[in-house]
Design a protein around this ligand. Sequence first.
Ligand SMILES: [Ca+2]
Ligand SMILES: [Ca+2]
Length: 413
Amino acid sequence: MRFGGSRASGRFALKTLARAGFYGAAAGSVTAAFLTAACGFVDKTPPPTDAAPLVDGTPAAEDDEGDHGLPIEKITLPPGFRIGVYAYDIPGARSLALGEKGTLFVGTRKQGKVYALSDRDGNGRADAVATVAAGLNNPNGVAFRDGALYVAEIHRVIRFDGIEGRLDDPPAPAVVNDTFPRDEWHGWKFIRFGPDGKLYVPVGAPCNVCERADRRYASIMRMNADGSALEVFASGVRNTVGFDWRPETAELWFTDNGRDWMGDNAPPDELNRAPTAGLHFGFPYVHGKDTLDPKYGKQGKPPAFTPPARELGPHVAALGMRFYTGETFPPAYRGRIFIAEHGSWNRTTPIGYRVTSVRLDGDGVVSYEVFAEGWLQGRKAWGRPVDVLVAPDGALLVSDDKAGAVYRITYEG
Ligand SMILES: [Ca+2]
Ligand SMILES: [Ca+2]
């Protein structure tokens, strides 16, 4: 693993990137700013000391006091782990997907954009960013398959073919399926391809808590890569914004966000396991394992009810999750689930704003513990984790839509 160039030179690259790339994109052009050439010294010159590098004769500012104003020194991790800034000035960074050539695609919500980040010199920091799509309807979901980037808006899934060869000149998207409901409430989507080759697309409940005759609401749907054969895979799912398949079993595991306004400590958020199609995960009748809904729970639990594998904290807003499939974390972490907890808004004392980890034994959950925290300081949060992704080098990438950043967590021993 290369942690390569110095921190200082990496920061310089990103700073320049922000000026040239992000602001250019914000001005309306689809821009890719590849700075490797401009910063060739990053790879070829021994890393400088802590002295700020010179850029056109100008010191590159006081980067040492933080990573671009991001107080990541406040993040605490287990011994031996380190967190760095992979990319900053990525407004509204949400879901993550990795391309075949190593491009990290990042969805957003209200920004309407999808970003493509590249770490061309492999120093653990992005040195190029492109805005590959703009003006979309909450493009939270991103997935990659056969050279194409799939993007989920609220009402449709679209596809950009051959995207990694055209980051600075993206093709017009093809519409994969545009039949999804248009409700904005819980309408933004997390998407991924499963081991069965199907694209999994949730449709959240269009409410805090409600019952709808249309079976698509509060479900996880799936369809072929060409958008055909769209069907409900799992029901009773209020709003999942993160899922993954366990490598050993090919079974789907997913987080689900509990309803609001049942008090500070209820109901729990959930980690669920869906080994087969056709299961019902409880919403709106029962929350967590056995919390009956005050309005909809009078009939008890629904047939085929599947309780969560683990109740998570109340209102933590568990979003992205991945099984750790890398090899650079210590053996105790391999096979664990990492969960990005966006943090509560519906609780007197804030909770969440952290990355947790879950350890399994067989199909059972044997621990649920904090892995990274510090985005919440007192009652104020400076960042909110959204998604996690295991990079090919074993690092854990974490997106943050409040700070507009992607972090990279490594094990240094
Ligand atoms: Ca880099
Ligand atoms: Ca449930």
